[in-house]
Design a protein around this ligand. Structure first.
Ligand code: PLP
Length: 396
């Protein structure tokens, strides 16, 4: 017997829950791709994307997932043989670095491990050691979706400024744009990449590269740039088809228009950030209570270094995998698999995505189902987890 029949909840860190409104906005006949509504709407999408990123600079749109945006960011700024610095805090910045190596870029990696944020002092040390300014870019993830750590992006800008290092600052915000607070211009980020399928609540298939004038200046000399990935015609098209270097992602654009309305023009970006902060706080409170005198713990110890988009949980042994399967089979909830963790830990770990179209009852539903699963599987857990989560939600 299963209690899973009913509306399924994919509580993984992307793709996230897609609002019915977004899906309905996509359900329409093919629009004119030369003139009219689609063309006018694209201009409003570009303007609104910049507002979500808090930038006055440029954005290029790609019909690609996040990996496409990773490659576009590298190809528009770098040349074969250039050096970059990779700041590893889980899995994703390392992945971006592997892609760079595949393109013929030299990568230096500082690995901060699976359970810690970037240590700014160690970054400063590496930049000071680079007296000839060989490092052309510093790559960071604001949120690493594997470890659920949140890195200090404005802190990295400070370190670059204090060391007088001219490298570009790249930030991967694929997991956390429109979830965790972010200000591209005020924080001095030169290149930011994101995708449509996490905080932006649209089915996977579009990604975005935001870049400022300093980054665009390196486009002049970047020998990795290719006609398809070139960000210039995409950001400033003379003809509409240049926006996408071919046919527009017509239906995704309608979905994105709807999602941006929900985020910017209805709820408001600050309210969206706040909602995610409270919901993440409820998740943390539950696990902190369940972790009293048990093996359960959050992967990231310090609240300031935890993302509001995703939470990585540790339970030891094989409890994480068993609980994940129980929730899928008995409760209609799919949790995120472990990623990037040392192999011996992996079966104790799972991740909960709480990004995008997620509200209080959904988070309480996941937490209540987790408690039922732990009870059914006799996984030891401290008392009061649901009470603690409800308390956080009650305070708002
Ligand atoms: C999801 C994610 C990616 C990869 O995005 P894809 O769309 O799967 O290519 C990269 N970086 C971060 C931080 C992510 O969360």
């Amino acid at each position: 017997m299963s209690l899973a029949n009913g509306r399924h909840y994919l509580a993984i860190p992307g793709p996230s829950v897609m609002p019915d409104r977004v899906l309905q906005a996509m359900h329409r006949p093919a629009p004119n791709i030369y003139t009219g509504q689609l063309v006018d709407m694209t201009a409003t999408i570009v303007a609104d994307l910049k507002q979500v990123a808090r930038t006055r600079h440029e954005v290029a749109i790609y019909i690609a997932n996040g990996h496409g945006a990773w490659e576009a960011a590298l190809c528009n700024t770098l040349s074969r043989g250039d050096s970059i610095l990779i700041l590893g805090t889980g899995r994703f910045c390392q992945g971006w670095g592997e892609m760079a190596r595949g393109l013929g870029i030299e990568t230096e990696i500082i690995d901060f491990g699976f359970r810690a944020a970037v240590d700014l002092d160690r970054v400063a040390e590496a930049l000071r050691a680079d007296t000839s300014h060989k490092i052309k870019a510093v790559l960071a993830v604001q949120v690493d979706t594997a470890s659920s750590v949140k890195n200090d992006i404005p802190g990295l800008r400070r370190v670059l400024d204090e060391t007088g290092h001219p490298a570009l600052l790249f930030s991967d915000n694929i997991a956390c744009l429109a979830v965790d607070e972010f200000h591209m211009d005020d924080w001095g980020v030169d290149v930011m990449v994101t995708g449509c399928q996490k905080g932006l609540m649209v089915p996977p298939g579009m990604s975005f590269v935001f870049f400022n004038d300093k980054a665009d200046a390196s486009r002049e000399t970047a020998d990795l740039v290719t006609p398809y990935w070139d960000w210039r015609p995409r950001a400033n098209p003379a003809l509409y088809y240049q926006h996408f270097c071919g046919t527009a992602p017509t239906h995704h654009l309608y979905g994105l228009r709807e999602a941006l309305d929900m985020i910017l023009h209805e709820e408001g970006l600050e309210a969206v950030w706040h909602r995610h902060k409270v919901l993440a706080g409820a998740v943390w409170a539950a696990f902190e209570a369940w972790g009293t005198d048990t093996d359960i713990e959050l992967n990231i110890a310090g609240p300031a270094e935890r993302s509001h988009a995703v939470t990585t949980v540790r339970m030891g042994g094989v409890a994480g995998t068993r609980l994940r399967h129980w929730l899928e089979q008995q409760a209609g909830i799919t949790l995120g698999i472990p990623l990037g963790a040392p192999e011996e830990d992996a079966n104790g770990i799972f991740r909960i995505g709480h990004m995008g179209h997620v509200n209080a009852h959904m988070v309480m539903g996941v937490l209540g189902s987790l408690q039922a699963g732990m009870t059914a599987l006799r996984i030891p857990h401290g008392p009061g987890g649901l009470d603690a989560a409800a308390e956080v939600i009650a305070k708002g």
